[in-house]
Design a protein around this ligand. Sequence first.
Ligand code: FES
Length: 166
Amino acid sequence: MSDARSLNDTKNDLTAGVQQVMTRYPTRRSAIMPALDLAQQKYGGVDGTTYQAVAELLDVPEIWVFEVASFYSLYDRSVTGRHHLRLCKSLSCMLRGSDALMRHLQERLNVKPGETSKDGAITLSAVECLGACEIAPVLMADTQYHGDLTVEKLDGLLAALAEAVS
Ligand code: FES
């Protein structure tokens, strides 16, 4: 997520999706989670601008949105990059080489897990099992799974992401 994203841009990005979500829930409060899901899918995480935008679009107090985002661990509140790479570090992936892949990512991006590259493009995380052990080692790039990973596949993915943000 970029710090430079404005409230208006965020509201514009989310308006159609949030309106659609509101039609499926009985109260505006119950639409907070799916609205945050939309924001997380779009930006890779949620932040203060997201809470404010969701609150205004749903016409609920911002504190309600923050409470939901901070209660559920599925919302990533620390992501600052425009893309979020989550590399699984659990057993199946580790046995199939995720440690070497993590080292490669750290070298390529010049970050440690939990950090964002200097250009703000990519946040790197080491995460527990992503539930796709049959295609270990696995990485999630934003909402997309990438399995049977190799260094070459990772380089291809980084090249594609660089192209997407340039
Ligand atoms: S151990 Fe990595 S996806 Fe399950």
